[in-house]
Design a protein around this ligand. Structure first.
Ligand code: ADP
Ligand code: ADP
Length: 228
């Protein structure tokens, strides 16, 4: 059985009296260990999809299962605690808190866990090392380049060791070189650390790091054929 199973999902928005349908019958299976790039024109529903996978927003109908959890059957507070324990999210603009150091930003998700200060510190140090930022613990985001800030964002996303990483335009604000570093890191996390990754991107180069590319258009996925 797939790790993520989306089946017959309906989702729309209400704008005053107007109903805006986004998905009427969406299906998607993602096996554990996939690195999926999701592309598609603006307004095609990429953010809507990520928000449902993150448990930020629920589908109107249909089934959404991740692992053994039925997100479609959870209320908002169950979804938000599920999110805190089961996934990491990487954002386009990093979403770091400017008044906290790199280490303090990365430590944030661990504050929800019953860990000692020492255990938290050790974990933070380990993931900052993993993303190539050993020794930068005490720096503030404003002192770092975009690529470095995104690596702090990745460290924060993996510090609780979730099985799933959701990435929303992770290279959208980076130059090519920093983008490739960040993408190489995501590929490493996928291949060596068994993270399943769903990445929304406009960047065709970014999609090359994934093992699958899905194009979202008019409410459906179209899988890109790859040369073998
Ligand atoms: P959304 O997910 O709601 O589209 P984004 O922050 O991803 O929000 O993008 C805001 C707008 O900017 C959208 O119209 C999107 O298509 C566009 N956009 C964002 N990043 C890029 C990019 N790298 N290349 C082209 N358009 C982009
Ligand atoms: P994408 O990320 O591919 O740009 P989105 O998922 O952000 O697409 O949006 C899909 C459509 O849903 C767009 O037409 C957008 O305007 C609309 N939409 C998104 N969020 C809301 C909302 N909270 N309320 C009303 N309409 C929304």
């Amino acid at each position: 059985t797939p790790y993520i199973a989306i089946s017959s999902i309906r989702k729309g928005y209400r704008l005053g009296a107007e109903a805006i349908p986004i998905f009427s019958d969406l299906d998607l299976s993602i096996p554990r260990g996939d690195f999926v790039a999701v592309m598609g024109p603006s307004g095609s529903g990429k953010s809507t999809l990520l928000n449902m996978l993150a448990g930020i927003d629920g589908p109107d109908a249909g089934t959404l299962r991740i692992g053994t959890s039925r997100l479609d059957q959870m209320g908002e507070s169950a979804r938000s605690s599920w999110r805190a324990h089961n996934m990491g999210i990487v954002f386009q603009f990093y979403n770091l808190l400017p008044m906290l150091t790199a280490a303090e930003n990365v430590e944030l998700p661990l504050l929800l866990k019953p860990l000692s200060r020492k255990d938290r510190r050790n974990r933070v140090e380990k993931v900052l090392d993993l993303v190539g930022l050993a020794g930068r613990e005490k720096q503030y985001p404003a002192m770092m380049s975009g690529g470095e800030q995104q690596r702090v964002g990745i460290a924060r996303a993996i510090v609780s060791d979730p099985g799933l990483l959701l990435c929303d335009e992770p290279t959208g604000d980076l130059d090519r070189k920093s983008a490739d570093e960040v993408l190489g890191m995501l590929r490493f996390l996928n291949q060596e650390m068994e993270k399943t990754i769903v990445m929304v991107t406009h960047d065709p180069q970014a999609a090359l790091y994934a093992n699958r590319t899905l194009h979202l258009d008019k409410g459906n996925f179209h899988e890109e054929k790859r040369a073998a």
